[in-house]
Design a protein around this ligand. Structure first.
Ligand SMILES: NC(=[NH2+])NCCC[C@H](N)C(=O)O
Length: 668
């Protein structure tokens, strides 16, 4: 009974609530029937649409903003980097190959064509792919493979035409529009580096002569090559640390200090008058070998130097300064910047390295020496000599540790003669083995170069002296360059100062170019006659070529801002094959640089410059840039498109000269 009551009460209250709901509904319906409330509904819809509209507007605004940003980024990247067309084409073919043959993993092989009739680039994948497919049990002729690749090429703005040739080569022609826009970019934004994937901290160890010894032609090669590699890395945007690992430490300094104290006791207050430090070194060595008492004093001096006893340290500094000043003179003349950080810098770190290796039980005793054996290499490193001194090996182990840990270098480059190849191989492997470097994360390379030979193919020396003093060598270069210029009657055209400037630029340029234009790994014959020749692949020829190209625009009296306007208007057109040939070659510049960044061989840049100037001559001989009246010499017509080509060629040549460390000259 009670339960039933409760049930009924519940139902009543539910129904009451239902009635209330229905009442509200009726009221609402009555309201809706009223015309004024209908207006309200319309308002609501309008408001709703309005706010939708606002939201859309807001989105459009932001989309426009991001489109603008993207366009700006595109422009900025154009301003910042020059595309490597070969890589761009390779990327397009890579996509096609993946799509056409998803089961085979093979990267696209794309080269620039060796002959004009084969198009601009060639893809040579078909033959290999056909072979691989056959191995996988699928038979498809190379030509059919090539067809498949072409069919799967993605939509792009780069390729004009593809053609299958011979057994299955794909000849590729680049869109003219693409070439013209890249050429205009050079005029508008200058010569820019190729795209950099990752900014790295690169330590370049180069030049590295030895204190109290003459800086010789080997060090000159290291200086020239190291400077050029550093310039290229800097141009690309890497963070470059240029270090000269001077030989400024070791037991021989005891001998030099003892000799200085005997021969020039006033050294603490006066700079020692050692003009010829090498003679000083020789004299000290004679005493060291012949005089037992002196020898003992020399050893004591080393201990005192290493304990940094002030008089001895000062004597050492004096000796180093004499050498460093000499080296600096050479760097100044050659326009080379490098920081002196010699073996002495690592003295304390060497102590740490020895302690570290010793406590880890990695050093072995061998006839009084402490050596470090390296897996798979027969020759061990000598870490401590039997007299307790450190060695070249110790300094390089400490330097490796410091460069990785403190300098945080991602890339280490050592530039020395090939004779030190084994030394570096051991240092690199040893450093890896003891955990001072992980070559998966840090790129470590030795950049070796060949020996410098005289024209008699024997060790390089001058007539009078045994070794060649670099200062004398540079002086002789200037003298010969000047004589050559006078020979050509240039002294009648140039002022005295201009002749001096030209002679220096030619001499230093030739010495550098002769070195850099050869494959560095080979020995190289030093010949002033050959390097100062104004024909063939020499700096003189190229410097003349550049001044000639520059004079074209000067003659036409067209300013670079006028050329920029033409480039901006996107109205450049070419109709002569020689124009296209030159334009396409100019645009190969980033490709050349990227290859150098890979193998650090610089001669392809020189070959490129030579090819560029030959191709320019071909163009210039057939295509008039300026038409003049034959009789009066009056300028009748200027071809702006062609002047653009002249300008771009000159810009690329100037940048190349800069990367090689060679100064151009306005007049020569
Ligand atoms: N880290 C190095 N070991 N650099 C090269 C040093 C070259 C040495 N001073 C020489 O003249 O042969």
């Amino acid at each position: 009974m009670r339960k039933r009551m409760e049930d009924l009460l519940k139902r009543t209250s539910n129904t009451e609530a239902e009635i209330e709901e229905l009442k509200k509904l009726i009221q609402q319906l009555e309201k809706d029937a009223d015309p004024s409330s209908q207006g309200k509904a319309t308002d609501m819809i309008v408001n709703d649409l309005k706010s939708q509209n606002d939201r859309l507007r807001y989105r459009i605004y932001h989309l426009n903003l991001s489109i603008k940003k993207e366009e700006e980024a595109l422009q900025a990247s154009k301003r910042k980097a020059m595309p490597n067309i070969q890589k761009v084409v390779q990327g397009i073919f890579e996509q096609a190959i993946v799509k056409a043959f998803p089961d085979v993993s093979i990267s696209a092989i794309v080269h620039s064509s060796t002959q004009e009739r084969f198009g601009d680039y060639q893809c040579n994948n078909a033959m290999i792919l056909s072979k691989v497919l056959k191995e996988n049990g699928k038979s498809l002729s190379p030509r059919s493979v090539a067809e498949q690749i072409i069919q799967h090429l993605p939509a792009n703005d780069v390729l004009e035409k593809t053609e299958i040739a011979g057994p299955g080569f794909i000849n590729i022609t680049i869109k003219k529009h693409f070439i013209l826009s890249l050429l205009s970019d050079i005029i508008m934004y200058g010569v820019r580096p190729p795209v950099m994937n990752r900014k790295m901290r690169v330590l370049v160890d180069f030049s590295s002569p030895n204190v109290a010894k003459e800086m010789h032609v080997g060090h000159l090669r290291s200086t020239i090559i190291g400077d050029s590699i550093s310039r290229l890395l800097e141009f690309v945007g890497h963070d470059v640390v240029r270090i000269s690992h001077l030989g400024d430490w070791g037991t021989q300094f005891g001998m030099l200090i003892a000799h200085l104290r005997d021969t020039f006791p006033k050294y603490l207050n006066q700079s020692p008058p050692i003009a010829d430090l090498q003679a000083f070194y020789k004299a000290a060595k004679v005493r060291f070998d012949e005089d037992a008492v002196f020898k003992k004093r020399a050893y004591e001096a080393v201990v005192k130097l290493q304990a940094r006893e002030s008089d001895y340290f000062k004597a050492w500094e004096m000796i180093c300064d004499v050498s460093k000043n000499e080296f600096e003179k050479i760097y100044q003349r050659l326009g080379v910047k490098v920081v002196n950080r010699g073996e002495s810098f690592y003295q304390d770190m060497m102590i740490d390295v020895v302690k570290d290796l010793d406590t880890r039980g990695l050093l072995e005793l061998d006839e009084g020496r402490k050596i470090l054996k390296v897996p798979n290499i027969k020759v061990p490193l000598t870490i401590v000599k039997s007299d307790g001194g450190f060695t070249y090996d110790t300094s390089d182990m400490a330097a490796m540790r410091q460069r990785v840990m403190d300098e945080k270098a991602d890339w280490l480059i050592y530039i020395t003669d090939g004779g030190q190849g084994l030394h570096f191989e051991i240092i690199f492997s040893a450093s890896e083995a003891v955990g001072y470097v992980n070559r998966k994360h840090v790129r470590v390379v030795h950049v070796p170069f060949g020996v410098v030979l005289g024209e008699d193919k024997k060790k390089f020396k001058t007539r009078s002296t045994d070794t060649v003093r670099l200062v004398d060598l540079l002086d002789e270069g200037i003298r010969r360059a000047k004589a050559k210029l006078i020979d050509k009657g240039r002294d009648k055209v140039l002022s005295k100062e201009e002749l001096e400037v030209a002679a220096k630029a030619v001499a230093y340029g030739c010495i550098k170019y002769a070195d850099l234009s050869r494959n560095r790994t080979g020995d190289y014959i030093f010949s002033f006659d050959k390097m100062l020749d104004d024909k063939g692949n020499t700096a003189v020829y190229l410097l003349y070529a550049l001044t000639r190209i520059r004079s074209i625009a000067r003659l036409a009296n067209v300013s670079s801002s006028e050329l920029t306007k033409v480039a901006e208007s996107a109205s450049i057109e070419f109709d002569h094959p020689k124009e296209w040939k030159l334009a396409k070659l100019i645009l190969r510049f980033p490709e050349i640089l990227e290859k150098i960044l890979d193998d650090l061989l610089l001669h392809p840049l020189c070959d490129f410059m030579y090819e560029l100037s030959c191709t320019f001559t071909e163009f210039y001989d057939t295509c008039y840039c300026i038409e003049k009246d034959r009789k009066t010499g009056e300028i009748l017509k200027i071809n702006m498109n062609r002047l653009i080509l002249c300008e771009a060629t000159a810009m690329i040549m100037e940048k190349s000269f800069h990367l090689l460390g060679i100064d151009g000259v306005d007049k020569m």
